[in-house]
Design a protein around this ligand. Structure first.
Ligand code: DGP
Length: 115
């Protein structure tokens, strides 16, 4: 297990507002929310970033991340109005934490293009 802030959250070494957990997936509120609903959905195994994903090896896990996003969207009542899912990758993608994470953003109108 790496030593990113997210692996510390997985190991309960630092607190987080956890809203969903399964054997393979953890979701918690973003500490710096950019929307009324801003949840980070992460795999428990360490995958640093999108370019480290192996489609065949990680297919089921990726499906579980999307299942979590849909469940949370329903639970937080943003599924009807819509929401945004974001994976930032690398420097130009604006990634700060190198543990793969999906941002689930909702509760307001999103803009395009993104900043
Ligand atoms: P990204 O830029 O895609 O790597 O997003 C990282 C997100 O992680 C950012 O929106 C802020 C959030 N974050 C950073 N540190 C913590 C933390 O300690 N706890 C929580 N809950 N979120 C954090």
């Amino acid at each position: 297990m790496g030593d990113t802030i997210f692996s510390k959250i997985i190991k309960r070494e630092i607190p987080a507002d956890i809203v969903y957990e399964t054997e393979n997936v953890l979701a918690f509120r973003d500490i710096k929310p950019q929307a009324p609903v801003h949840i980070l959905i992460i795999p428990k195994i360490e995958i640093p970033k999108v370019t480290d994903i192996d489609g065949k090896q990680h297919a089921q896990l990726l499906g579980e991340l999307f299942d979590a996003a849909n469940k949370l969207a329903r639970d937080f009542k943003i599924d009807q109005d819509g929401f945004r899912l974001v994976f930032n990758c690398g420097n130009n993608g604006g990634q700060d934490v190198y543990h793969l994470h999906m941002h689930l953003l909702g509760g307001r109108q999103m803009k395009w293009p993104p900043g």
